[in-house]
Structures are given as C-alpha cells and as structure tokens.
Design a protein around this ligand. Sequence first.
Ligand code: DAH
Length: 369
Amino acid sequence: MADIDIDALAREARADLEAATTVADLDAAKIRHLGKNGPIVLLLRDIKDLPPEQRGPVGKGGNVARKELEALAASRHEALASAELDRRLIEDAIDVSLPPRAMPQGTLHLLTQTRRLLEDIFLGMGYDVIDAPEVENEWYGFTALNTPVGHPARNPTDTFYIAGHDQGAGANDDALILRTQTSTAQLRAMQLTKPPLYVVHPGRVYRRDDIDATHSDMFHQMEALAIDEGLTLANLKGTIESFLHRLFGDDLQVRLRTHFFPFTEPSVEADVQCFSCGGTGDPSADDRASGDFDRCRVCRGEGWIEIMGAGMVDPNVLGAVDGYDADTVSGFAFGIGIDRVAMLRHGFPDLRMLFQNDLRFVRQFAGRP
Ligand code: DAH
C-alpha cells in the first residue's frame, strides 16, 4: 500500500468542514469525511489489512484526526445553526404594530370640580365631608327640621313623594320623599356623632319645579353644620366670610340679612359683594361691549350676590336627636347651591347647560374648577 498521508486527508476534511456556509452543506461534508465511507473512517475500519508496522501509527493518527474533525464539525454546526436561527427570526418576524390611536381622555365635570373645591375649603377648616341619603322619610325631611305640618314644602306639589304621603292635612313621618334640601344631613350627622361636630355634606336635592334657566327639578347643594359649646352668630359670620373669601376673593365684603328658615333661629341670608363689579353695580368692559348690559351682568346692578341661607340651629332641631342638648351646645348651619356657585364663577347663563352633556360646553372647564 502506498504511503498513507493522514495529515493530507485531515487537512482536506477540515477545509471542507470550514467552507460550509449552511447546516445542510456542513451535513454533506460530515457525511463525506466522517460518514461510513469517509477516507479516514475507511482507513480505520480496514486497519487489519495494513502491514503490521503501519497499523500502530495509522490507527493512532487516524483516531486523533477523526476526533478533531468531529469536534470541528460539532462547533461549526452550533455556529451555523444559531446564525440560521437568528436569520430566520428576523426574516419571519411579522409587524403587528398599528398606527397609534390616542385614547380619548375624560375630565371631571364642572360640577364635580366645584364640589371638590367647596369640600377642600371646608376640609382646610377642619370639617369632615359626610354622605347622606337622597331618599329620606318625612321625619328627616321636615319634622325633625322643625318644619310644621301644613308647611307648603310638605305638599306633593312641591316635593316628590315616593310613598306614604298623608292625603289629609296630617303628616306621616314614615312617608318616603326625595329630599328637597341637604339640610336632612344635619340629623344624620347628629345621630352618628356626638358633639362637637363640624361637617359638610354635598349632594343632590329634588324639587317639583318647572325647569328653566335658573330652576331644575334636581340640583346640588352643600350643607355645613357646626355644633359645639358656645358657638354664636359671630362664629357663623366668621366661617361664612372665610369660606366666601376663599371662593370669590379675599377683599369682598359679606353681609347677613335676617330671613326665616324653620330649622334655624335666628335665620339669615348671606350676600357677598359682587366679585365682578366690586360692589358698584356698574357693567364691566365686556358687559358694555356686548351691548346687552347697562348694569353689571353678574349682580344685575345690585352690587351684592345672594349666596346662601344660614342660621343658628333651632333648639327644636337639637332636641330631635339624643345626646344633643340645647342647654349645653349650640350650632350654626348653612346651605349653598353648588350649581349656582359654578354658574356665578364661570358666568354661563343657563343652569340646564350643566346637565345636557354638550361636550362643547363641558370641555371648556377641563381642569379648572
Ligand atoms: N335648606 C335651605 C334651602 O334649601 C338652605 C339653608 C338655610 C340651609 C339655612 C341651612 C340653613 O343649613 O341653616 O333653601
């Protein structure tokens, strides 16, 4: 047998394995060189046919070469397979992204913003914000608020009765109504907490009113109630002043006029100096330019804006709840229209705009109470 050059065979096989650029090429080269008909494999298989003195060196050299070639093939396989996988991942990728579509973003309704503004002012003064039912019985709605039988508010032409209205002249404390004022929360608060008590309650109220620019059968009020030892009308005035200054402006005067409410004695109405004309009643430049107003548009030339009902809690109201004794505690209360505050502050002319959900109106108040 001619000289056997294992090195030459191994070199050729190495070159072939290294030249392969795909896994398929590499597999073909592996079969050629390391398969059962590969030259080195055949040499090793037929080693017994060699002259005895060649068997040792050829067996050893062949085995070393075969091991090296197998290692080379394995590492080439790994490199080529992973390159192919990378390429396939890129080529096969499907673009599932869509053109961006902005989500429509909502904002708080002007009424919600206004309610929160009022709540914030009272939270800052140490009051708690409480909740109370909109469906009440006559006791909470009228009787406990010192409202006598026969009072016009107890008439189903004024108040929505849900059930149990006494058809005669009498009263039925269990009859169910939609409350007409947030003052009902006064009793609820007193029943839940012993004095001292400092709470506000914003919420919906319902009245059998014909709907027009300034009336609605549903609107919003916020009630404030303070009960403690030694509270006087001076405390009421100071509280109302602080509140209205925060709401409309620091330098505005506040005045109280005597009035009547069944559940307060004495009762007052509070006016705040007009924040638009500063109390003069004169039209603003805008009012004048519009051509429609020869007096201040906001206060209609009065110089004052009527803003809330208030008073010292009537002893009969205190007496309606256990744990409250008119001899040891006194209190003040007031109620303000939230819708009206929003209208005044923003100068829109019709209450109904708040409830019509016309986005052209609603969006104007995004982020500004
Ligand atoms: N509840 C009254 C109304 O709806 C407003 C009011 C007046 C509330 C006097 C009070 C108050 O707490 O003391 O017209």
